[in-house]
Design a protein around this ligand. Structure first.
Ligand code: ADP
Ligand code: ASP
Ligand code: MG
Length: 409
């Protein structure tokens, strides 16, 4: 008998029929004698609908009130699943994040979990009750409702598994595991039986939204056994996120290709080439809490240089306004912005021991006439910024060039 945390995403609980199917799946595990904590997302589309509602009323919604509104989606699904379980004769009890007491900081819309009270859940589990918890939400010290950022139910699932020292955290979604790339873009993408935490962390941070990055960080930190599975198929082991040592040595060099289409780029042209310039340009951007990703500064020719960087596309207008005042201050010639950028990354721990990955990547893109505008690397990934219109082509040709659609024996 094990203690298992299962998280079901928005599509998996998208309508009453699907909620009843989730209940049947939970019932099977329950019948095997396992203790179960179930974490749910809102029905698919519901969080978007709630955000749009808020924006209709207030153009830039107040973050505290936005969290009050968007956290309601999950309250609906947990109640419905508990009812569906009762219909199957299983005792179940639902809790919102604040009711469990998932304590977070006060960063509305992107709060971080600080502590989880497990007493209430343990009492219910000991009575043979299935505990159903709303994902994506918590409460701060002052009793305000908070949310954990888009896709945050994954993080609730893993955090509960860590707090309860669960035997496994199972993330049920609309694909049957983690693939070499998003199967919606490359139909030939192959399901991975295993992927290391490090690779999954890179994939998630580089745009593979199958798992929220924070959930992977949590799982790595607290050694939670994490598996991604399909909520629509019965068979299959899904993908196990594992530690590098557990993986067989003949790992493919590249495990996957991640991409993100929501990027934008700015180039500050003709800035004086002197110490402190990078700080003067990027300092105000960082102060505004805008994440800067890739950065390039060219070699100076006439005592001036061009300084380029990428940011999330949603921050384009705010960044532009900041740069315009910085530009005057540092004496730059002009600012050029492009809001249609994308980033493609190849990821694999095998890169540590193999050379030539970057050249294979660059040659493949060159053969398709795709211009690389920026490059960044780490030990286990290479990312390039390209024009968004080439994104799908780039992902497809790279997937092929690195033999990812071939089944490894
Ligand atoms: P949920 O609502 O269950 O949380 P998400 O939409 O957040 O589901 O995540 C599942 C989706 O992630 C899939 O439908 C798929 O399109 C996308 N995805 C992106 N990259 C990958 C990948 N490498 N492997 C599997 N799915 C991926
Ligand atoms: N419902 C939230 C969202 O759509 C959280 C989640 O589904 O994980 O982002
Ligand atoms: Mg998700």
């Amino acid at each position: 008998m094990a203690l298992i945390v299962q998280k079901y995403g928005g599509t998996s609980v998208g309508n009453p029929e699907r909620i009843k199917n989730v209940a049947k799946r939970v019932a099977k595990w329950h019948a095997q004698g396992h203790k179960l904590v179930i974490v749910l997302s809102a029905m698919s589309g519901e969080t978007n609908r709630l955000i749009a509602l808020a924006k209709e009323v207030q153009s830039t919604p107040d973050p505290r009130e936005l969290d009050v509104v968007v956290s309601t989606g999950e309250q609906v699904t947990i109640g419905l699943l508990s009812m569906a379980l009762m219909e199957l004769g299983i005792s179940a009890r639902s809790y919102t994040g604040p009711q469990v007491r998932i304590l977070t900081d006060s960063s509305f819309t992107k709060a971080r979990i600080l502590k989880i009270d497990e007493d209430r859940m343990r009492r219910d589990l000991d009575e043979g009750c299935v505990v159903v918890v709303a994902g994506f939400q918590g409460v701060d010290d002052a009793g305000n409702i908070t949310t954990l950022g888009r896709g945050g139910s994954d993080t609730t699932g893993v955090a509960l598994a860590a707090a309860l020292r669960a035997d496994e955290c199972q993330i049920y979604t609309d694909v049957d595991g983690v693939y070499t790339t998003d199967p919606r873009i490359v139909p030939e993408a192959r399901k991975l039986d295993r992927i290391t935490f490090e690779e999954m962390l890179e994939m998630a941070s580089l745009g593979s939204k199958v798992l929220q990055i924070r959930s992977v960080e949590f799982a790595g930190k607290y050694k939670v056994k994490l598996r991604v599975l399909s909520s629509f198929k019965d068979e299959g082991e899904g993908t196990l996120i594992t530690f590098e040592d557990d993986i067989k040595m003949e790992q493919p060099i590249i495990s996957g290709i991640a991409f993100n289409r929501d990027e934008a780029k700015f180039t500050v042209v003709g800035v004086p080439d002197r110490p402190g310039i990078a700080y003067q340009i990027l300092g105000p951007i960082a102060e505004a809490n805008i994440d800067v990703d890739m950065i390039i500064q060219n070699v100076a020719s006439d005592g001036t240089t061009d300084f380029s960087f990428t940011i999330p596309r949603g921050e384009y207008d705010r960044s532009k306004a900041i740069l315009e005042s910085v530009c005057q201050h540092v004496g730059a010639r002009e600012i050029r912005g492009d809001r249609t950028m994308a980033k493609v990354s190849v990821v694999g721990v095998g890169m540590r021991s193999h050379v030539g990955i970057a050249s294979r990547m660059f040659r493949t893109l060159a053969e398709e006439g795709i211009n690389i505008q920026m490059i960044s690397t780490s030990e286990i990934k290479i990312s390039v910024a390209i024009e968004e219109k080439y994104l799908e082509l780039a992902v497809r040709v790279l997937h092929k060039a690195f033999d990812l659609d071939e089944v490894v024996a």
